[in-house]
Write a protein of this length. Sequence first.
Lengths: 225, 225
Amino acid sequence: MLSAIMEDYLKAIYYLQDETDERVRTSTLAEHMGVEQPSVTSMMKKLAERDLVHHEPYKGVELTDTGIPIALEIIRHHRLLERYLTDHLEYDWAEVHDEADRLEHHISNQFADRIAEQLGDPAVDPHGDPIPTAELDISAPKCGETLADHQVGDSVRIERVPDEDADLLRYLSEHGIHPGTEVEIVEVTSFGMVTLDLDGGDEPVALPEKVARSISAQSLSEDTS
Amino acid sequence: MLSAIMEDYLKAIYYLQDETDERVRTSTLAEHMGVEQPSVTSMMKKLAERDLVHHEPYKGVELTDTGIPIALEIIRHHRLLERYLTDHLEYDWAEVHDEADRLEHHISNQFADRIAEQLGDPAVDPHGDPIPTAELDISAPKCGETLADHQVGDSVRIERVPDEDADLLRYLSEHGIHPGTEVEIVEVTSFGMVTLDLDGGDEPVALPEKVARSISAQSLSEDTS
DNA sequence: GAACGAAATTAGACGAGACTAAGTTTATAG
DNA sequence: CTATAAACTTAGTCTCGTCTAATTTCGTTC
Ligand SMILES: [Mn+2]
Ligand SMILES: [Mn+2]
Ligand SMILES: [Mn+2]
Ligand SMILES: [Mn+2]
């Protein structure tokens, strides 16, 4: 019924809506999809026509109750595929995003359910993002705190990393940083460089503050359990 | 570079060319693709433009040396996917064709190579069709003899079955007929009904002659080895 | 070898999804 | 409360892959 392109728009709206909790703006969507604004406006009309989004002209769009489960279905496909590619097909986590971004539109729900079963219904994808269940329940979207929100001296556990920049992912995995890794923040410079010490020794790892702000991390304080 | 649709045309031309060894006619292709003739003509122009087919107006098309490997790549994807779906994801062989027919255009060669490796580089797909290697070598396209070519009393081994009719595949597997099954032809009626006896006992299986002609089968005579 | 029917091609249109250029609306500043 | 810049939408065009209707070519028959 829906084209792959329409599905990608719905997915993008879901992500952006999740981030800001406001209506998603045409310009934001255009940038995220890599198209010009008029393309977005025209697509929003089509999606509104089908009751998948509510479009308030000049104000932005949001997913309707019909649109949300469709977006979640695609996100489920995407994240299950990523998990499957890394766990069963020896893909590097830096390579999985593009492959999943294509395949997510073309696998059946049956395919998704079968690989979920093979994987033992995993809760998160290789980058730490939660995988919606077959009933499309999704756990806590995003826990808020990032590496940049902590102080020098804090010990934190990496929760999730952004999955779209392959170069960054390669850099991170080369330096042993995955969801689950425990690190201590050892330096934050005035010019925006964050340095981490890995639990497992080795060299400290430096990250631009912009990157630090894109990586979720939770305090390792007493009340962690 | 090529759209999924273009790939499907190339694949169709390969199949049809393989069957008849002549140039493929516009009408044949139109029927196979489920489109009208002018759609085929216009697509053939585009493919000829890119040197993937040679189009002799009013006579038909054939794949060029550039077009053949592209068709074989898609066929490799298709058959590997079918094998993978049945062997690793518990699909029934009647369900795999449609899923593979979509995914074949969207998986990378890397994905294909990885599942080939996991499967141990299988030579044939679940329906008995040969799988091209990563170097795009393909073994004996089609051995010629079908169930309908044998006499009453002959014992034969099923080599391959057509993979596009899910109902037929369900019927065959319910009656224990797969590539590798050994059967004896026990009756051929004047009104086109072929009856088989399975090696493993049970009831005889009846097939319309049209179906019998679509199933490859090799004599189990002495010189089989 | 002319005529006819089948097969193929050309011509023209449409929907999807993109673009550029031009016109509106909104928000913000003075 | 008006002026202006940014954001958004509208208008019109393009390519892709399809369609129907009209025309051309081929192969065969008389
Ligand atoms: Mn996608
Ligand atoms: Mn991911
Ligand atoms: Mn296909
Ligand atoms: Mn097959």
